[in-house]
Structure formats: C-alpha cells, structure tokens
Design a protein around this ligand. Structure first.
Ligand code: PEP
Ligand code: MG
Length: 578
C-alpha cells in the first residue's frame, strides 16, 4: 500500500514500524468544592515543581547523550512552564471558578492555543506544539501519570505517530530512529526542521496513518518523493533496497572528497558554505565539508525566546558559532523577521501583503533599540572569529547607508566603553529585492560583499508567492530573467573588487551549479547535506567550460530550456569523466 504525503526530510529508509500513541490524558474532575481549592493550588505547585525538575534532567541528559542544540527545547519549555502570566492565569481559574488544577491548566492552555493557532504563520503555529507539550507534561504530573520516554527505544525502527512533540524529537537517538512519519505537519513544521537537522528521512501529513499501521509492519519511507509504503511487496522491496544502496553508495563516494576544496579543473577556487539557524548546526556543516557559514539566520534565536533575547544571550551564541568555526568565515544576517516569520512578543500590524510589508531591515531601521542590541552582540563576538555582518531585504543604496550609520554609531559606543571588536569587520547585504539586484553597481561601492537570496529574489522578480502551492510551478530559479539579475549582481561586485555569494536554496541545486559557477559566483551557501554533491560538480568542470555553459544559458528563452540545457550539460560532463 502506498501513501502520499509531504516530503519533510530527504532520504530513504526501510524498517519496522514503531507506533507512538499520544494518548490523551483524561481529566475526570472538572470542579472541586470550595474547601478543596487550597489542595488544588498545592497540586499545581507540586506539578510545576516536578515538571521543572524533569525538564532540567531531560536537558542535561539530551545535552550529554545527543547534542546541545536539541537540549535547548527543554530550556524553552521550562521557561514556558515558569511564565508568571501562565501560572497566574491557572491559579485564577482554580480560585475563581473552583476548577481542579488539571482542568484549569487545560482551560488556560486552550486560551493560549486559540491565540497561537490564529496566527497566519506556519512557524508560529508550530510553536503551539510546544505549549501543548508543556501543558500535557504538567497535567500528567498533576494527575500522577508517568511520562513517555523515547530514550527507551533500543533497536532501529521507523517512528509512526499522530504528531511528534518537540521533546519527543529532541530525545530521538539517531542510531535507532531510521526515519519518521506523522499524520500531521508540513515542510516548515518543527518535525520537519528537526528531521532535516538530524539528517533522517521524514514523510509528514499522512492523514490517519498512525491508526492504520500496526507495530512491526514493514515500512519504506521515501523522503525524496514524500511516499510511505506499508508492507511492500517483493518487487517494491527490491526496487527500494536498490535505491537505498545507490543513495548510500553515492553519499559514501561523495563523502570521500567532501573535505577537499571546491576547485575547478583549471584551478578556480570557490567557497562552499552552509546555512545555519543555530551554532550547533556548524558541526553538521563541517562534517559535510563546509568552508564556513554563508548565512546564519539569527531569527531562530529570537523565535526560541519569549521576549527579545538580550545582548549577552545573543553574544554567547554568535561567539560560540565564531569559535566553533576556528577562523572560517561566519556571515551573520541581522534580524529578518516579518513576512512569514513573526515573533509573538513583537506585534506587527495586520498587513494585506506581509511579504511586501514591514519586515527585516525595515523593522530594524525603525526599532533601533532592537537593531543596536543585535549589532552590539555581533560586534562583541567579532573579536572571537571571522565574522561578517549582512543586512537582509535591502532595496537600494539609501537603506545600506542608513544601516551602516547605525552600525557606525554602535561601534562608536563600544569604543567609548572600551569594548573590543573587529575594527575591520566586513559588511554586506542580501540581494533579494529586484531593485537591489538592478542597482548593484551603486550598492557595491558601499559594501564588502553581496549574498544573493534567491528564495525571495525569485518570489519578487517572478511575482510568485514562495508559500503558495497553487503557483509553485511558476517558481523557477532558472528563469532567464533571474539569471540576468544574478549576472548583473556578480558583475557589479567584481567591477568594484567585491565578492558575491548565494545563500538561497538555488545555490545547493545541481541544475544551477555550473551556470552559477560560469556566471562568476564566488561563494555557494546551502544546507549541509547538499555540500558534497555541489563540491563534486565544481571539481569536475573547468571554469572555461562553465563560462561557456552560462553564456549559452543566458541566450535561452524559457526556464524549461535552461533547465533541460543545464541538465544535459551536467550529464555530458559526468559521462565524459567515466
Ligand atoms: C533568501 O531569501 O533566499 C534567503 C536565503 O533568506 P530566507 O529564506 O531566510 O528568506
Ligand atoms: Mg530572504
């Protein structure tokens, strides 16, 4: 039986099903007599204390046995649990309505969830999962029901669940979890983000799969096509086993050369870097041969908090990333919030077109307090490594100048306070708005580098919403119009002796690789898993070949023609090498 879902994380795995039942906790007592209110308040306090201790222990355990970034989730949960507003609201329900402690927690959680689930933002909606997770731990502790523990899995399995809570995924041991599949979730869900960072395949959004599959069923999970095969027949097993072996063999082969520099056959070196959301992602990047970090999406630091992260909290993270990289470049992008990324504690007025609205640098230039705090943290960390600052969503020279002025003011403040930082820190911008791409020659005079953000550049240049599945077919990075914009940016930077990188998804795709190389791209930044393949392609061509291919691609009329042409060229080059 084949089920079609959403490809949450690439890869293919075969194994036995391990069903996780997220049993609902039944609450029998809704209201209590007035003389029992004190007892309920005590139960609440004890439940909070027990949950707090559990979360601290879990954090320590995951930190020790898995890794630090995954342990952060428990820290976030502890903060939610200890949120005075939340506790006060629950106490209030107990004293005013005589609700039992467990029921009061349920009521307050529901109120929170209603607010969260209304937010039109996948990422924020997923944060509702954290609230549910904390609330169900607290409820179980109030009612004296023991907690589920994913650490107990002792043999390789494929996890099947209705949904996985953030603490479930944080506890997963990669040794035993071959892949996972869930009834709900989308490609930006916590589960998908976690699966990608663990590097294990996941297929999500499968409807009622967790109640249709039995423990021990044979499963094949295809995270490339978004398919789940239950109890495959002999032929399907053979086909997939062959594909798994091919994938493994290819990965193994590519891994051999992943640490080598990306140099073309005629000696042109380019940087192949990784995109990160948290400092710990660097380990995964380096294991795949990353030359540095081409994009640190710092908004994750803000999203994992319930208030704005302080200067010191940010400094610790930037410094950690810089130190982990030991001198390799770290491009830190300043806060890119707005559009599809919102913060619950930073209200953004309702907008008709959030992607064309108040976001990223536009917010920072208005909220100087937020901007300066971040710049101070980045500057302070710059003394501990090779840090570059990058401003997102720049539309023209004016914003660059304004942002640089704020940076200069911040530097001056630090000098006055005698706080050391890298005086020659380099400053660049994301080129992701067409007007910036078209005026790149003027902007190049103001900055040290560009990084092309094709995820947004394509949506703005092609007028295709990057989140709208209905127009997904029109989202074509190899559109001749996009290639011309990219060429314009690279040429302008080179004319002024600056470099251009690319940190949009396009940089990690093999169809675009040779064309981008030929257009003169200096740095390619991508998710860690894509690095070995891209490095390998760079090492199989000459710059001259790539330039010819790029020139020919620029002459083509449609995205389909470019795609077919570049695929054919790549195949020819690979064939010639055999
Ligand atoms: C981009 O727009 O290409 C980019 C890398 O930034 P984000 O995906 O975070 O918007
Ligand atoms: Mg962007």
């Amino acid at each position: 039986m084949i089920y079609n879902g959403i490809a949450g994380s690439e890869g293919i795995a075969a194994g036995k099903a391990y069903i996780i039942k997220n049993s609902q906790t039944e609450i029998d007592t809704i209201a209590v007599a007035s003389d029992a209110i004190e007892t309920e308040l005590d139960k609440l306090s004890e439940g909070i204390e027990l949950s707090r201790v559990q979360l601290i222990r879990l954090k320590e355990k995951v930190e020790k046995e898995l890794d630090e970034s995954k342990a952060q989730i428990f820290e976030a949960h502890r903060m939610m649990l200890e949120d005075p507003e939340f506790i006060e609201a629950v106490r209030d329900e107990i004293t005013t309505n005589s609700f039992s402690a467990a029921y009061a927690v349920k009521k307050v959680t529901e109120n929170y969830l209603t607010i969260f689930e209304q937010i039109e933002d996948d990422y924020m909606r997923e944060r509702a999962a954290d609230i549910k997770d904390v609330s169900s731990r607290l409820t179980r502790n109030i009612l004296g029901i023991s907690s589920w523990d994913l650490f107990s899995i002792g043999s390789p399995v494929i996890i099947v669940a209705h949904d996985l809570t953030p603490s479930d995924t944080a506890m997963m041991n990669k040794e035993y979890v071959l892949g996972f599949t869930t009834d709900v979730g989308g490609s930006t869900s916590h589960t998908a983000i976690m699966a990608r960072s663990l590097g294990i395949p996941a297929v999500l959004g499968l409807g009622h799969i967790s109640s249709e599959i039995k423990d021990g069923d044979d499963l094949i999970i295809d995270g490339i096509e978004g398919k789940l095969i239950v109890n495959p027949d002999k032929q399907q097993k053979e086909d997939y086993n062959r594909r798994i072996s091919e994938l493994q063999a290819r990965r193994k082969e590519l891994a051999k050369t992943a640490s080598l520099p990306a140099v073309t056959l005629d000696g042109k070196r380019v940087e192949i870097s990784c995109n990160i959301g948290m400092p710990d992602d660097i380990k995964h990047g380096e294991a795949n041969g990353a030359d540095g970090v081409g994009l640190f999406r710092t908004e994750f630091l803000y999203m994992n908090h319930h208030t704005l992260p302080t200067e010191d909290e940010q400094y610790e993270q930037y410094r950690k990333a810089a130190e982990l990289l030991q001198g390799k470049p770290l491009i830190v992008r300043t806060l890119d919030i707005g559009g599809d990324k919102k913060l619950p504690y930073l209200p953004i007025p309702e907008e008709l077109n959030p992607f064309l609205g108040w976001r990223a640098i536009r917010i920072c230039l208005e909220r100087r307090d937020i901007f300066k705090t971040q710049l101070r943290a980045i500057l302070r960390a710059s003394g501990h490594g090779n840090i570059f600052i990058m401003f997102p969503m720049i539309s023209g020279v004016g914003e660059v100048r304004e942002a640089k002025n704020v940076l200069e003011e911040t530097k001056e403040e630090l000098r006055k306070e005698q706080i050391p930082f890298d005086e020659s820190i380099r400053v660049g911008i994301m080129v992701e708005i067409p007007s910036a791409a078209m005026t790149a020659d003027a902007i190049a005079k103001e900055v040290d580098f560009f990084s092309i953000g094709t995820n947004d550049l394509c949506q703005y240049a092609l007028a295709v919403d990057r989140m709208n599945p209905k127009v997904a077919g029109l989202y074509q990075p190899l559109h001749p119009g996009i290639l011309r914009l990219i060429k314009n940016v690279i040429d302008a930077s080179h004319k002024h002796g600056k470099f251009t990188g690319m940190c949009g998804e396009m940089a990690g795709t093999e169809e675009a690789c040779i064309v981008l190389l030929g257009l003169g791209l200096d740095e390619f930044s991508m998710s860690a898993a894509a690095i070995p393949n891209i490095k390998n392609i760079v090492r199989t061509v000459t710059l001259k070949q790539a330039e010819e291919i790029a020139n020919q691609a620029l002459e083509l009329a449609t995205p389909e023609e470019v795609l077919e042409f570049s695929r054919n060229k790549l195949n020819e080059i690979r064939r010639d090498l055999l």
